[in-house]
Ligand binder design. Structure first.
Ligand SMILES: *[C@@H]1O[C@H](CO)[C@@H](O)[C@H](O)[C@H]1NC(C)=O
Ligand SMILES: *[C@@H]1O[C@H](CO)[C@@H](O)[C@H](O)[C@H]1NC(C)=O
Ligand SMILES: *[C@@H]1O[C@H](CO)[C@@H](O)[C@H](O)[C@H]1NC(C)=O
Ligand SMILES: *[C@@H]1O[C@H](CO)[C@@H](O)[C@H](O)[C@H]1NC(C)=O
Ligand SMILES: *[C@@H]1O[C@H](CO)[C@@H](O)[C@H](O)[C@H]1NC(C)=O
Length: 381
């Protein structure tokens, strides 16, 4: 008896799930999913069409769920849109994997909420050009003073003979990729590119491709994408003034570095250490172009230097500038030390020579005068 109840229950549940499956609304997947490369070195245009079965329906809302594998983040990105296209940034050295699903909602789904179709999918592999060893190694870009940016690369370990490198770049607002405006040379080959600030744009992708041509073998192109506001390196600070106050404070003041970085985007690091290099080194960060250091002990022989960078409110990342030349408080007077200074010795030597020459001159002059007097005395005497 128990057995038959169980049997009926099972049969009922199977029937129920079958009914649900039958009742489930299905939606067709999008048509013509395409990835279009407009030559922007990584920014691709993803395009698809509405499924034919939904072409003429107007009563239910249709959306699309787009997913693509973001190789920079190493994760899938999901976007929901009512449009039939999307612009996204990809690394052209990696596989490009895109999926789009149709989402149907409203009365058309028989009350089961929003219904997703199976995905339309495209997997595009990078073009196989040249051996991987022929590709340049890392590209490092530094935006000096926000005035010009130098991007330097290193040759691949399997460089084809007689290769000429080419760098192309693209950013928003450019119709098409352009070649490097000023190539930098090193050991007779192109090793970098210089961009002036007016050809650059911040807070958007700046895409770069370095490829090359060689008569013997082809070179695998390398692609990079960056936001250039994160590559700024301020110039070194060149004027640093120290002022002592009797109350045990030293006031440091400096002029912010020249260049196109707004002063309120800079932060400064002040390093203080004894000139002898022994003892405690202290580093403090400030956003003001001055710093008040309290020196409870004695401050003779303390040295200071400053460097700067763009702080976190203006960009996610930046490079430290070079250190300024150190400025030191004078050592406590040490007479032996002073007397052995080369400058002091030189001045002394010059003074002795001048004094000696002057004495010799005086002596000679007197002698000449005396002989003249004697001669005139002999004539008229
Ligand atoms: C909605 O459900 C009913 C029965 O529950 C079914 O007859 C009908 O075909 C379903 N509609 C759609 C669009 O699947
Ligand atoms: C949609 O409408 C157009 C024009 O009225 C027609 O040519 C087409 O066949 C229709 N499509 C479907 C799927 O019914
Ligand atoms: C290098 O890349 C640019 C931009 O994509 C392209 O126009 C050019 O033909 C490529 N050159 C070589 C030698 O592959
Ligand atoms: C500077 O840094 C040192 C060590 O971190 C700290 O003790 C000191 O208070 C800081 N000075 C100022 C003025 O912030
Ligand atoms: C430095 O700081 C001390 C204590 O905060 C203050 O008394 C002194 O006036 C300051 N000196 C300058 C030049 O700002």
């Amino acid at each position: 008896m128990w057995c038959s109840v169980l049997w009926k229950l099972m049969a009922f549940s199977i029937l129920l799930s079958k009914c649900q499956a039958d009742n489930r609304v299905t939606v067709d997947r999008p048509r013509n999913l395409q990835i279009i490369d407009p030559g922007h070195l990584g920014q691709l245009y993803i395009h698809w069409n509405l499924p034919a079965s939904l072409e003429n329906q107007t009563e239910c809302p249709v959306r699309f769920q787009l997913q693509f594998f973001d190789t920079y983040e190493d994760d899938w990105t999901t976007i929901r849109t009512t449009q039939q296209s999307y612009l996204a940034q990809f690394d052209l050295e990696q596989n490009i994997h895109v999926r789009v699903q149709t989402m149907l909602g409203g009365p058309c789904t028989n009350g089961s909420g929003e219904v997703l179709s199976l995905p339309a999918e495209v997997l595009q592999k990078p073009l196989a050009v040249g051996s991987s060893g022929s590709k340049i190694k890392d590209l490092s870009c530094v935006f000096y003073q926000r005035e010009y940016m130098d991007c330097i690369w290193e040759k691949g370990h399997e460089e084809p003979p007689k290769v000429t490198y080419h760098l192309y770049f693209w950013h928003k607002g450019m119709e098409m990729a352009m070649e490097c405006p000023i190539y930098l040379q090193s050991h007779g080959y192109r090793s970098g590119c210089r961009f002036l600030w007016d050809s650059l744009i911040e807070f958007t992708e700046f895409n770069v491709c370095v490829n090359g041509s060689s008569s013997e073998a082809s070179l695998q192109p390398a692609y990079f994408s960056m936001q250039i506001q994160n590559h700024v390196k301020p110039g070194a600070i060149d004027t640093l003034r120290l002022e002592t106050h009797g109350d045990g404070f030293i006031l440091l003041e400096w002029t912010p570095p020249k260049g196109r970085i707004p002063n309120d985007c800079l932060e400064f690091e002040v390093e203080s250490r004894p000139e002898s290099m022994e003892g405690l080194m202290v580093r403090n960060i400030t956003t003001e172009p001055s710093f008040n250091i309290s020196t409870p002990g004695q401050y003779n022989g303390l040295c200071f230097r400053i460097r700067s960078r763009v702080h976190i409110l203006c960009s996610d990342d930046s490079f430290w500038s070079e250190w300024s030349h150190p400025s030191c408080m004078p050592e406590s007077p040490d007479y032996f030390h002073i007397w052995t200074q080369p400058v002091v010795l030189c001045v002394l030597a010059i003074a002795v020579i001048i004094f000696f020459s002057f004495s010799v001159c005086c002596l000679l002059y007197r002698k000449v005068l005396k002989t003249k007097q004697r001669k005139s005395g002999a004539l008229f005497g």
